[in-house]
Ligand binder design. Structure first.
Ligand code: CP
Ligand code: NVA
Length: 305
């Protein structure tokens, strides 16, 4: 049976660990995997702009010996030119896997339901599972362990925050979310994460101030205050997130060697300052690079079956 990756909850703890060890192998010996997906094609249906997701999937697929095909927002016109179900049925006759970047998460669910090939969520308004996999892989690479660490997410309770909650809870990483009132993560996600955290021993905590969230953190993570699709709320959000900027003052109140992470693109001078982004503690471009390595592991697991 085909397997999809729409949220981190599609993966068991064991499957995440297997993805991470395959990623280690892919990073160490790129040449060995050069024909793993020979003859396979991945299609990318994107309704939002992208740098990392598009390029890392396309290059990753190429490095595995396969092909990729990018379909920009106005090509397929998902749900307008034809129904999502018919797009899924048609593409399943041509390709071996689909990556979708969309607004409403239900589009991912609908596509996955009708497609007979694996569907990977390359970001929806609800979740960004490939990002969270690369993030926790990066933390493990840098700090050698995961269980018992504390990740402080400072900013909007958005798609990236949701996926980090799911993965931290599963892998036993404590997660503190520091966000303004009204910008908390989805209540259902918090409930799910807390249930998973009980099994792993992690703690999930919500704060309405950034300083409490970063105290004792091993990692400080942030993301834009206005996500793609929320551009008209940018001014209002700038006001609401005052006090939630990751700057020198905030970082100095955390552990000396705290890792700084950001999924990118960053709005320098808004959610994070230049000096913090450019500092020794920042592992942001390693994190971006690891998107490709982790996704190659995902592609092998899902398309190589
Ligand atoms: N982090 C991330 O998904 O970047 P892009 O929007 O550039 O793909
Ligand atoms: N939260 C951001 C993440 C971008 C990778 C957005 O959805 O725009």
């Amino acid at each position: 049976m085909k397997k999809d990756l729409l949220t981190i909850n599609d993966l068991t703890v064991k499957e995440i660990q297997e993805l991470f060890s395959l990623t280690d192998k892919l990073k160490k010996n790129k040449a060995k995997f050069g024909k793993t997906l020979f003859g396979k094609t991945l299609v990318l249906i994107f309704q939002k702009p992208s740098n990392r997701t598009r390029v890392s999937f396309e290059v990753g697929m190429f490095q595995l010996g396969g092909n990729s095909l990018y379909l920009a927002p106005n090509e397929i016109n998902l749900g307008i030119r034809e129904s999502i179900a018919d797009v899924a049925r048609t593409l399943s006759r041509y390709v071996d896997g689909i990556v979708i970047r969309t607004f409403e998460h239900k589009n991912c669910l609908e596509l996955a339901k009708e497609a007979t090939v694996p569907v990977i969520n390359g970001l929806s308004d609800f979740s960004h599972p490939c990002q969270a996999l690369a993030d926790l892989y990066t933390v493990k690479e840098k700090l050698k362990v995961l269980k018992g660490l504390t990740l402080a997410y400072v900013g909007d309770g958005n798609n990236v925050c949701n996926s980090l909650l799911f993965i931290c809870a599963k892998l036993g990483v404590n997660m503190n979310v520091g966000c303004p009132k009204g910008y908390e993560p989805d209540a259902a996600v918090l409930k799910d994460a807390k249930a998973a955290a009980e099994a792993s021993g992690a703690g999930i905590n919500l704060f309405n101030d950034a300083f409490s969230a970063v105290k004792a953190a091993d990692v400080i993570y942030t993301d834009v205050w206005a996500s793609m699709g929320q551009e008209d709320e940018a001014a209002k959000r700038k006001e609401a997130f005052r006090g939630f900027q990751v700057n020198k003052n905030l970082v100095e109140s955390a552990k000396a060697n705290v890792l700084i992470m950001h999924c990118l693109p960053a709005h320098r001078g808004e959610e994070i300052t230049d000096d913090v982004l450019n500092s020794q503690n920042a592992v942001i471009f390693d994190e971006a690079e690891n998107r490709m390595h982790v996704q190659k592991a995902v592609l092998i697991k899902l398309l190589g079956r």
